[in-house]
Design a protein around this ligand. Structure first.
Ligand SMILES: Cc1cc2nc3c(=O)[nH]c(=O)nc-3n(C[C@H](O)[C@H](O)[C@H](O)COP(=O)(O)OP(=O)(O)OC[C@H]3O[C@@H](n4cnc5c(N)ncnc54)[C@H](O)[C@@H]3O)c2cc1C
Length: 354
């Protein structure tokens, strides 16, 4: 099928729906979601939304807290826009019908204090804030007449560059490469074509470093515990002999303890890698998935959704296509072999321990 709209929004989370509701005032809008329209990170967000809402709080204090918590990584300009516009955006959500937890304080809402915030400024709807925000946005979207296409996974953008036609720039001129729409794989296996004057990507953000960090957190306890045990296993007499020969503490640590305990430490690392290799859940929220390694101009794009065997198995095993299910089985076999190799390696390294 081929669809034509004024605006095409990829993603039905808070970002996509917020844009789509504004765009609906200017033309027809199609919103795509790769699964159900209410299935997004937005719906899982629990804690709440930080905004200056109580009389005792101030924009400057919120900006300062954010910059301190960001430890030099935040762009102050971006922080200011977010903090200054926060209260108005929250009021919009309330006007749309979002019900946040109330109390008797001057703001009328039960504001909590979390993380690096010096004031109570976290607005929440019990512990299901995202679900309530998503519900209110979807209700507003229905009232505004947005057209939803759920179970439609965008698989490629249609661009002027790919079609070999000139780009379009507001006010004329050559706008260079420009998005004109997308191809989307529907649940029935059909690829639909969506064309629009404006294409907005609001598909959330996922990256390889985020996935790596999530797995590192899982691996850390195993590595630390095995390293501790391996170091404890080095006989006291070995250390005493080194001290007796006049070695300093750092020489004993680096030249005696560490080399002796190294096979045990490596065993722990191998076991941790083998354990993390099969992890799917943390990657779904951090690295998401890509069917290929993301490259741009030959350079790897680590800040893009990333290929991983565990998520491939999870995604493809539920697909209606025989070849993808077979791929999932093949990937499972590869994964089991990787885990087996790491286990054999860890045993081999562990055997050479004293
Ligand atoms: C467990 C959890 C708790 C959180 N708690 C908080 C919190 O307390 N406070 C807070 O501020 N933030 C929290 N967050 C973060 C917050 O949920 C996200 O930052 C926010 O929801 C991102 O919104 P979004 O619209 O950009 O993306 P999402 O809500 O992730 O929406 C992405 C949309 O894109 C669609 N999509 C993706 N790929 C495709 C494709 N190829 N084709 C078509 N559609 C596609 C999806 O179907 C979905 O509709 C939490 C997140 C999680 C997971």
């Amino acid at each position: 099928m081929r669809y034509q709209h004024d605006f095409l929004v990829l993603g039905s989370g808070v970002a996509g729906l917020s844009f789509a509701l504004q765009a609906a005032k200017h033309g027809s809008v199609a919103v795509l979601a790769k699964r159900g329209r209410s299935e997004s990170n937005t719906a899982w967000a629990q804690g709440g939304i930080a905004a200056v809402l109580s009389p005792g709080d101030s924009i400057e204090s919120h900006v300062k807290d954010t910059l301190v918590a960001g430890a030099g990584l935040c762009r102050e300009e971006a922080v200011r826009v977010t903090v200054e516009e926060g209260p108005a955006r929250v009021r919009e959500l309330i006007e749309m019908g979002a019900e946040f937890t109330r109390d008797e304080t001057p703001s009328g809402y039960h504001l909590t204090r979390e993380g690096g915030h010096s004031q109570r400024r976290i607005l929440h709807a019990a512990d299901m804030t995202g679900r309530e925000v998503e519900r209110a946005l979807l209700d507003a979207a229905d009232r505004a007449g947005l057209q939803f296409f759920d179970e439609h996974a965008a698989i490629d953008l249609i661009t002027s560059g790919k079609l070999g036609v000139a780009g379009y720039a507001r006010g004329g001129g050559d706008g260079g490469d420009r998005a004109l729409g997308c191809y989307a794989l529907a649940k029935n296996g059909q690829v639909d074509v969506f064309l629009a004057r404006v294409v907005v990507l609001a598909t959330g953000t996922y990256s390889a470093p985020a996935g790596g960090l999530a797995l590192a957190v899982l691996m850390l306890p195993i590595v630390v515990l095995t390293a501790e045990e391996a170091i404890k296993a080095v006989p006291r007499i070995t250390r005493d002999a080194a001290y007796g020969m006049g070695c300093t503490r750092s020489q004993v640590a680096w030249k005696v303890l560490l080399p002796t305990a190294l096979p045990g430490i490596l065993t722990g690392v191998m076991l941790a890698v083998a354990r993390a290799a099969g992890e799917t859940a943390p990657l779904l929220f951090t690295a998401l998935f890509s069917g290929f390694w993301p490259f741009d101009g030959g350079r790897p794009q680590v800040m893009q959704p990333t290929a991983s065997l565990a998520v491939l198995i999870y995604n493809f095993s539920g697909m209606p296509f025989e070849n993808q299910i077979e791929l999932a089985w093949a990937a499972s076999l590869v994964l089991v072999l990787i885990v087996l190799v790491f286990n054999i390696l860890s045993r081999a390294l562990g055997r050479s321990r004293i």
